[in-house]
Ligand binder design. Structure first.
Ligand code: FAD
Ligand code: NAP
Length: 510
C-alpha cells in the first residue's frame, strides 16, 4: 500500500507493524517515505521516460517491460512505469514485480483497492491500454464464449421509473430479499443521479444525467419482502418528463464489488471534540442530497489532499445516538456521521485531518466491509476484544447487540490500552454496564501507573480464559476482535487454541 511513510518500517511499537492477511510491509531505505515520493513527483523529473507523451499500449508491448529497471504495470486500464517508484513501495519491490509487464488490477485490488493509484502514480503514467477490436460473438472460439456468459452469482436487478405531477420515482427491482436501507446509496450531484445497490458481493449501479431539475431532498423506501427500492425525487417544475435522462458511465451495470471504484462525496466538518488526550470525536455532515447509511461493522475511507497528493485512510463510523446513555439529545439519523479518530502527531493523514476547521470539507467514500450481521443470529454470549482505536467497530456491534439481538444473554468487552488516559469513552462504558446488566466491560493496561489496580499486560491465554466464561455451559457464542494487526492476529491465534472456531470469530482487519 502506498499510504504509509517509512524509514525503518515496521518500527517496534508502531501500530502499523504488519499489514493484514500476512502481507508484510518491508523496511524502506532512508529518504524513501511516501512524503519523499510525493516530493519526487513534484520535482518535474521525467518519471516515465516519455517526456510527458501519453501512448496507447498494446498487450505485446506491455509484456516487454517486465524488468526492475523497466517495469510497466496496467492498473484499471492505465499503464504506469513503476520503476522509479520501486524503492518507495511499502509492499516492496517483490510485490510490484509480481505484476511486471502485466495487468496488476486484481493484485492491487486484493491488497488495497482504496489506494488512489491514479493520484499517487500520475507522474508515472505511460498511457492507456489499447482497446482490442471487438469480435462478433458468434465468431468467438468456444472457450471465450463461456467467458462472456454471466458467472454464478445473484441475478441481475433491473429498474423502471414513473412520475406524478410533482414527483419521479425510480424503482429498483433487486430480485433479492433481505434488502434494507443500508443496501442502497444515493447521491444527487449537479443534475446527475447515482444509486448504487449492494446485493451480496455485487453492486448494481443506476447512473443518469436527469432530464430535468429536481429538489435536493429525496426519499428512499425499501419494500423488503419483494426486494424493491423506491427513490422518490421531487420535481422542481410540475411538468411531464418525456424521459428520465441520459445514461452516464457504468449505468445499469451489475458487477462484483471488488471491480467497482470507490465513490466519494464531500462532507462538512460540523464539530470536533476531545475524547482523550489524543483521540477526537469528529462529526461530519452528509450532503442533503445523499442517502448513505453505514452497515454495522463496516468502515469508510476519508480522503484529503496532503501537499497536493490525495491521501486516503479507512475509518469506522460510530453511532452516538442509539447506544443509550452515550449522548443526549439524539442527533437526526442519517444526516451526520461520527468518527473516533486518534491523532498521531507524526502521522501522514491524521494531523492534516486535525488541522481542518469547522465548516471545512473532507471526502467520504461509500462503506466497505465483510462483517456479517447474520452471524449474530441466535448468539447468546458476545465477546468483544478491542485494543486502542480497535474499539471503534465494537461501538456499533455493541449497540446492535443490546438493541436488536433478542437471543442475547451477555455481551462483554475487554478493552486493551496503554494507560488509563488512553481509554476511549471509559465513563460512558461504565455507565452503560451499570444500566444494562447484560453488558460488562474490563480494561487491561499495558503501561499502567502504579495506582492502577485493574488488569495488566497484553492479550494472553490467562486473560482470555478468565474473560471468556459462557453464561450457560453450551451457549452460542460469537467473538469480535480489533486492534493493531499483531494484536488481532495473536488474539485470533489464542482463540483458536481455546477451541473457538473460525465461524465464531470475526477479526476486523484492513
Ligand atoms: P501513519 O502515517 O499511518 O502513522 C501512524 C503511526 O505509525 C505513527 O505513530 C507513525 O509514526 C508510525 N509510522 C508510520 N510510518 C512509519 C515508519 N515507516 N516507521 C515507523 N513508524 C511509522 N483509526 C482511528 O483512529 N479510528 C478509526 O475508526 C479507524 N478505523 C479503521 C478502520 C480500518 C478498516 C482500518 C484498517 C484502520 C482504521 N483506523 C482507524 C486506522 C487509520 O486508518 C490510520 O491507520 C490511522 O489513523 C493512522 O493514520 P496516519 O496517516 O495519521 O498515520
Ligand atoms: P495502541 O494504543 O498503540 O495499542 C493499544 C493496545 O494494544 C496497547 O495496550 C498495546 O500495548 C497493545 N498492543 C499493541 N501491539 C500489540 C501486540 N503486538 N500484541 C499485543 N498487544 C499489542 O493502539 P492504537 O494506536 O489505538 O492503534 C489501534 C490500531 O487498530 C491501529 O493499527 C488501527 O489501524 C487498528 N484499527 C483497525 C480497525 C479495523 O476495522 N480493521 C478499526 C480501528 C482501528 P503496547 O503498550 O505494548 O503497545
Amino acid at each position: 500500500m502506498l499510504n504509509v511513510p517509512s524509514q525503518a518500517f515496521p518500527a517496534p511499537g508502531s501500530q502499523q507493524r504488519v499489514a493484514s492477511q500476512g502481507r508484510s510491509k518491508v523496511p524502506l531505505k532512508q529518504g524513501r517515505s511516501l512524503m519523499d515520493w510525493i516530493r519526487l513527483t513534484k520535482s518535474g523529473k521525467d518519471l516515465t521516460g516519455l517526456k510527458g507523451r501519453l501512448i496507447e499500449v498494446t498487450e505485446e508491448e506491455l509484456k516487454t517491460h517486465n524488468k526492475k529497471d523497466d517495469c510497466w504495470i496496467c492498473i484499471r486500464g492505465l499503464v504506469y512505469n513503476v520503476s522509479p517508484y520501486m524503492e518507495y513501495h511499502p509492499g516492496g519491490e517483490e510485490e510490484l514485480m509480481r505484476a511486471a509487464g502485466a495487468d496488476g488490477t486484481d493484485l492491487f485490488n486484493e491488497v488495497h483497492r482504496w489506494v488512489n493509484y491514479e493520484s499517487m502514480l500520475k507522474e508515472c503514467l505511460v498511457g492507456r491500454m489499447a482497446v482490442k477490436p471487438a469480435v462478433p460473438k458468434g465468431m468467438l472460439p468456444k472457450s471465450q464464449v463461456t467467458d462472456t456468459l454471466p458467472r454464478e452469482g445473484p441475478s441481475s436487478p433491473s429498474y423502471d421509473w414513473f412520475q406524478t405531477e410533482s414527483s419521479v420515482t425510480i424503482a429498483i427491482y433487486t430480485k433479492q430479499k433481505n434488502i434494507n436501507l443500508d443496501s442502497v446509496i444515493v447521491d444527487l450531484q449537479g443534475g446527475s443521479l447515482r444509486a448504487e445497490t449492494f446485493i451480496k458481493d455485487h453492486s448494481y449501479l443506476i447512473h443518469i444525467g436527469l432530464s430535468h431539475e429536481v429538489q435536493e431532498n429525496f426519499s428512499v423506501r425499501v419494500i423488503e419482502n419483494v426486494g424493491k427500492i423506491d427513490i422518490v425525487l421531487q420535481k422542481r417544475e410540475n411538468i411531464s418528463w418525456k424521459c428520465l435522462g441520459q445514461p452516464l458511465e457504468k449505468h445499469d451495470s451489475f458487477i462484483t464489488k471488488k471491480d467497482t471504484g470507490l465513490f466519494y462525496r464531500r462532507c462538512q466538518l460540523i464539530s470536533k471534540e476531545d475524547v482523550t488526550h489524543d483521540t477526537r470525536l469528529f462529526c461530519l455532515m452528509l450532503p442533503p442530497s445523499t442517502h448513505l447509511q453505514v452497515p454495522v461493522g463496516y468502515h469508510v475511507y476519508l480522503k484529503l489532499s496532503v501537499t497536493g497528493a490525495e491521501i486516503v485512510k479507512p475509518y469506522t463510523p460510530v453511532s452516538v445516538s442509539s447506544l443509550s446513555g452515550f449522548r443526549e439529545p439524539a442527533p437526526p439519523p442519517n444526516k451526520y456521521i461520527y468518527f473516533l479518530i486518534k491523532i498521531y502527531p507524526d502521522g501522514l493523514f491524521t494531523p492534516e485531518l486535525d488541522r481542518l476547521q469547522i465548516g471545512d470539507f473532507v471526502s467520504v467514500s461509500s462503506p466497505e466491509g465483510n462483517f456479517k450481521l447474520s452471524k449474530l443470529q441466535e448468539v447468546e454470549d458476545l465477546f468483544l476484544l478491542a485494543a486502542g482505536t480497535g474499539f471503534t467497530p465494537m461501538v456499533n456491534v455493541l449497540n446492535y447487540a443490546l438493541t436488536c439481538m433478542s437471543s442475547l444473554r451477555k455481551v462483554k468487552l475487554m478493552f486493551f490500552n496503554k494507560t488509563e488516559d488512553d481509554i476511549i469513552w471509559r465513563c460512558e462504558l461504565e455507565k452503560l454496564a451499570f444500566k444494562d446488566k447484560r453488558f460488562d466491560t474490563e480494561f487491561v493496561l499495558s503501561a499502567p501507573s502504579p495506582e492502577w489496580n485493574g488488569k495488566q499486560g497484553h492479550v494472553s491465554p490467562a486473560l482470555l480464559s478468565e474473560f471468556l466464561q459462557r453464561s450457560l455451559e453450551n451457549s452460542r457464542v460469537f467473538l469480535c476482535i480489533c486492534g493493531p494487526t499483531p494484536f488481532t492476529d495473536e488474539g485470533i491465534r489464542l482463540l483458536h487454541d481455546l477451541n473457538f472456531s473460525n465461524d465464531e470469530i470475526h477479526g476486523f482487519t484492513a
